[in-house]
Write a protein that binds this ligand. Structure first.
Ligand code: PBG
Length: 323
């Protein structure tokens, strides 16, 4: 029945009523905290475009992981900045690679914290691309061999979940095969299934020291204009054995996120990327927006659009606000 019998405002009249009918509620259990690790000791180097975030040495990253544990964040995802970069991304699959060492140290102190490994090569290659480069081209199938090695190396180091983020075709299948072959059939794969060639990654490239030295990533990451292609990308990753999927970035791609959740029904995540975080921080610093409200509204929208969990640089702050 229409107005005046039906008055939606009745249910908005008080905080208690609003709480009762609220459809989406954030909690710390929804978040994954990204952390950056570099060599050294006692290093906590600020990332200027991402206030409150740092490049940590292994000893310091353990403390940062402890902050997440303290506020109830169940998982962290690690990114490494290696000592040396080369054409084969050796640091990504070395037994004593930087994220491998960090994983061991964190597991040792916080065995209950879920450790996710971002599996990509841009931080480890001297050219900053996410794969093997030959004659100015990023080679797909040679990169798969490295991905397989990196996945096994990360599982051996104690990572609970591996997350391929390079957008190479067939990478999920290659990793699944390698993991199973080495006795890691219980290690899940979180696929960056629909990852766009986004300008919102700008601050991350400062954080991870990983900008490509030539060209850009548009021969492997997706065109922001494409929706149907995202459905094909996710379908492939699911067929290849992905246990969970991700849409990245988050807020500009909520249509994709909603569709992925509805069509595939897998545990679905979204990555609120560095640029999304930096924009809120910058506007707040200027006094133009209320940081807490904007951050929580963004995260709520991402969850409402279908995210079962969210990778976010706000993980710790948002958890404190929600407490
Ligand atoms: C690695 C990777 C990137 C991000 C996560 N993994 C950068 C990129 O693809 O260029 C971006 C994360 C962020 O912006 O917060 N390939």
């Amino acid at each position: 029945m229409a107005f005046p019998a039906t008055r939606p405002r009745r249910l908005r009249a008080s905080p208690a009523l609003r709480a009762l009918v609220r459809e989406t509620e954030l909690n710390p259990g929804d978040f994954v905290l990204p952390l950056f690790v570099r060599p050294g000791k006692g290093v906590k180097r600020p990332i200027s475009s991402m206030p409150g975030h740092f490049q940590y040495s292994v000893d310091e990253v353990v403390k940062a992981a402890g902050e997440a544990v303290k506020v109830g964040v169940p998982a962290v995802i690690l990114f490494g900045i290696p000592d040396k970069k080369d054409s084969k991304a050796s640091g990504a699959y070395a037994a004593d690679g930087i994220v491998q060492l960090a994983a061991k140290a964190i597991k040792n102190k916080y065995p209950g914290l879920l450790l996710i490994a971002d599996l990509c090569f841009c931080e480890y290659t001297d050219h900053g691309h996410c794969g093997i480069v030959h004659d100015g081209k990023i080679l797909n199938d040679s990169t798969l061999e490295l991905a397989a090695r990196a996945a096994v190396s990360q599982a051996k180091a104690g990572f609970d979940v591996v997350a391929p983020s390079g957008m190479m075709d067939g990478v999920v299948a290659a990793m699944r095969l390698a993991l199973d072959g080495d006795g890691f059939e219980d290690v899940p794969i979180l696929a960056y299934a629909a990852k766009y060639a986004s300008a919102f990654y700008g601050p991350f490239r400062e954080a991870a020291e990983s900008p490509p030295s030539f060209g850009d990533r548009s021969t492997y990451q997706m065109d922001p204009a494409n929706f149907r292609e995202a459905m094909r990308e996710v379908a492939l990753d699911v067929e290849e054995g992905a246990d969970m999927v991700m849409v990245k970035p988050a807020l500009p791609y909520l249509d994709v996120l909603r569709a992925v959740k509805d069509r595939f029904g897998l545990p679905t995540s979204a990555y609120q990327v560095s640029g999304e975080f930096a924009m809120i921080k910058a506007a707040a610093k200027n006094g133009w927006i209320d940081e807490r409200k904007v951050a929580l509204e963004s995260l709520t929208s991402i969850k409402r659009a279908g995210a079962d969990f969210i990778l976010t640089y706000y993980a710790v702050e948002a958890s404190r606000w929600l407490a």
